[in-house]
Design a binder for this molecule. Structure first.
Ligand code: ZN
Ligand code: MN
Length: 475
């Protein structure tokens, strides 16, 4: 029998808000533990939550970027559970009336365009961060109550490649949209992964396993692959998959049983009595829609259509919003998009790998890079010299491109007597190609050109050399 896997993701994303979801405490990654706390986020009895409007705006904008419908009236619920990462013993979330409904994400999975649909996006609050040390567990409430939204996909993916492509595209859109920085190391994007396997042709989904709270995309992929194999083996051997929550052991690349899956009713959801429902008007939605930024797919199209860049360049440049913004800033100063693209994708990216993106961008600022490109565009230096110039600038941690060109004698020779001299020498020393050229074999001029370039030690402008040679031979 053949089996197929079905995968759904619940992705938690920390929004870029100045303060927490229901109190004025600010969120600052890496701050000393328990320094950004107050009676609300510590769950003191009687403290009342106040809704963060910016978070609502960001959640709805995320929804609009993903083609969701904005719910005109959503409400808050309490999800009850007992664990020290939530001092109130309940999390404020949205059970049956979330902010955003439906939605979809079109992604390229290994060259094939696929559409993955969403069930919903709801707003909730983050839990505190627990750290387990020998003999004790430490709780840092700085993260408790920060704005967190949950993007729930339908069970519509069928492989680890689908899930990875979905997550990469989702992260990119959230970054471009200014919704979240989505830094996995800071826990700003974490997914619960649901995996089930069923015989091909069976309509009903198999029993699902949930792997909770994973932030590494690579581990998510490994966990999905491991689960698909494990569940398929079980079914093939005539066994059954137990619905449960499993953890992922990254050292062994395996999942392991944690607890049999709790059901939704275990949380005893009930409406949050301390908060009003959220009403959002159609005018408000249109206002937010008009403020949406350009997305990666739109940027790629602009690069191809307006800047005439190859599709390949457009894809590489837009993969990272920081690079794409940087590229846009340079071409505003320097124009010549293809030259800029060559520089950024070539020397630029290789130096970024070597010394780090931030360091490279602080040296090769848009202004400096624009100047370098300007020198090439004006034919002051050749493409080779451009690469050398970038190396020198990076090694010296900055400098004036023009001054370095002068200091190193990198300027191309296009218009002086030196060119004529080298051309005369090449013609005098190579009678055979000259004869062949005059007899009609025009390709022979390339040999003479090579001689002139060599004599100039690469500094001659090839176009100018060709012109001088032709004048002398044809005239
Ligand atoms: Zn607080
Ligand atoms: Mn959640």
């Amino acid at each position: 029998m053949k089996y197929e896997a079905t995968i759904g993701l619940e992705t938690h994303i920390m929004q870029k808000t100045a303060s927490k979801m229901f109190c004025a405490c600010k969120y600052e990654y890496g701050a000393a533990p328990n320094t950004h706390v107050c009676p609300v986020c510590l769950g003191y009895p009687g403290a009342l939550p106040v809704m963060n409007e910016k978070a609502i705006e960001l959640c709805c904008k995320a929804g609009l970027l993903l083609g969701c419908e904005i719910n005109p009236c959503s409400k808050w619920d309490r999800k009850n559970y007992f664990y020290p990462d939530m001092a109130k013993n309940y999390q404020i979330t949205q059970a049956d009336e979330p902010l955003c409904l439906g939605g979809e994400l079109e992604v390229d999975v290994d060259g094939e365009m696929k559409t993955f649909t969403l069930e919903r996006i709801h707003q909730e609050e983050n839990a505190a961060k627990n750290t387990h040390v020998a003999g004790a567990s430490l709780v840092d409430y700085n993260r408790a109550g920060t704005a967190l939204m949950e993007i729930v996909s339908n069970p519509c993916m069928h492989s680890s490649a689908d899930a990875l492509a979905y997550l990469v595209a989702l992260k990119q859109i959230m970054e471009y949209g200014g919704i979240s920085d989505c830094n996995p190391e800071k826990g700003q994007i974490r997914s619960d992964v649901n995996v089930s396997v069923r015989p091909v042709g069976q309509e009903e989904l198999g029993s699902k396993v949930e792997i909770k709270n994973m932030n590494s995309f690579a581990f998510i992929q490994q966990a999905i692959e491991y689960e698909i194999d494990r569940q398929t083996d079980l079914l093939e051997a005539g066994g059954a998959v137990v619905q449960e929550t499993r953890g992922f052991d990254s050292d062994r690349g395996e999942t392991f049983s944690q607890r049999t899956k709790e059901n939704a009713h275990d949380y005893r959801y009930f409406p949050e009595p301390d908060l009003m429902p959220v009403k959002i008007s159609a005018e408000q939605v249109e206002q937010w829609r008009s403020e949406l930024p350009e997305l990666p797919a739109q940027r790629r199209e602009r690069y191809v259509k307006e800047l005439s860049l190859p599709e390949y360049d457009a894809g590489v440049l837009t993969a990272d919003k920081i690079i794409s913004d940087y590229f846009d800033e340079i071409i505003m100063k320097a124009d010549h998009p293809k030259l800029v693209s060559n520089l950024v994708m070539g020397k630029g990216m290789s130096w970024m790998n070597e010394i780090g993106q931030a360091e490279y961008l602080s040296i090769m600022t848009p202004a400096v890079t624009g100047e370098v490109v300007g020198l090439v565009a004006k034919k002051v230096i050749s493409n080779n010299a451009m690469n050398e110039l970038v190396d020198i600038l990076v090694e010296r941690k900055g400098g004036d491109p023009k001054a370095i060109v002068e200091e190193k004698g990198m300027a191309q020779v296009s218009n002086d007597s030196a060119l004529e001299g080298w051309a005369d020498e090449a013609i005098a020393a190579n009678p055979k190609p000259v004869e062949e050229y005059k007899a009609g074999n025009t390709a022979s001029i390339n040999f003479l050109m090579g001689q002139v370039m060599k004599a100039s030690r690469g500094k001659a402008n090839p176009g100018a050399v060709m012109q001088v040679l032709k004048q002398k031979l044809d005239g």
